[in-house]
Write a protein that binds this ligand. Structure first.
Ligand code: ADE
Length: 233
């Protein structure tokens, strides 16, 4: 799967995507992460890409033309139907279901804004999806793009070593993950729950499911509600 990011800070994306599992996924050629520097498409001799907002107000607004030219450049290569995701606190709030949906695409383009935003007219022409990563305001779209790339990439077959683990963890079927333990069996006088040492797989599965339900009830009752609805006959 190919991720393409249009940004004023390409180095942020490259640095963020070269470590750990994403970095390995790139080396294994399961994903590619490329960037287009919007500044390269400035029409201004000082390479400026922003200007004062019409109507006044604080901050600067990214101009339509450099953003348009950058997105066009990428779309010409990846295809006209490639989805363009604009990261904005005004978008639909990202969740696991959206990660799954986006992971079915072959190519995705992320558009990162800065300053007080991007001229509305270019957004109307190029953006297919407006996505927020939560109800708080960040200084730009790069971190949200990386959050989305991470969540989507790990669903791509072969990115995680263990193909089942993407399925069974937190948010699968709207339940939080059960607690995990590893050696030693006693640490700070705390024992690993005996059922996990029993080797009885049916009992282990039942215990884990109960733990998931208990945790979800305690920490995310909103999710448990959804889980119950989905599992009603
Ligand atoms: N840009 C600034 N804040 C953001 C957020 N919360 N989600 C997505 N993009 C953003």
């Amino acid at each position: 799967m190919n991720f393409h990011v249009c940004t004023l800070f390409p180095e942020m994306i490259h640095q963020g995507c070269q470590a750990s599992i994403l970095g390995r996924a790139v080396i294994k050629q399961k994903i590619t992460v490329e960037t287009t520097d919007i500044r390269d498409f400035s029409t201004n001799k000082h390479m400026k890409v922003d200007d004062y907002p019409y109507g006044g107000g604080a901050g600067m607004v990214m101009q339509a033309e450099p953003v348009y030219a950058a997105c066009r450049h990428v779309k010409d290569r990846l295809g006209e139907n490639t989805r363009v995701i604009y990261l904005t606190p005004q978008g639909r709030v990202f969740n696991q279901e959206m990660a799954e949906e986006f992971s079915r695409e072959e190519n995705l383009i992320f558009l990162c804004g800065h300053y007080e935003g991007i001229d509305e007219r270019v957004l109307e022409e190029v953006v297919t999806d407006y996505v927020s990563i939560g109800d708080y305001v960040l200084t730009g779209g790069e971190l949200p793009a990386m959050v989305m790339i991470d969540a989507i990439a790990r669903l791509v077959p072969g990115v995680l070593n263990n193909d089942v683990s993407a399925d069974i963890e937190s948010f699968h079927d709207n339940l939080l993950e059960y607690p995990q333990y590893t050696r030693p069996p006693v640490w700070h006088e705390k024992e690993v729950p005996p059922v996990l040492l029993s080797g009885h797989h049916a009992n282990i599965e039942k215990w884990r499911y109960e733990q998931s339900v208990q945790r979800t009830a305690k920490w995310r009752p909103d999710l448990l509600e959804k889980h119950r609805k989905n599992n009603e006959k």
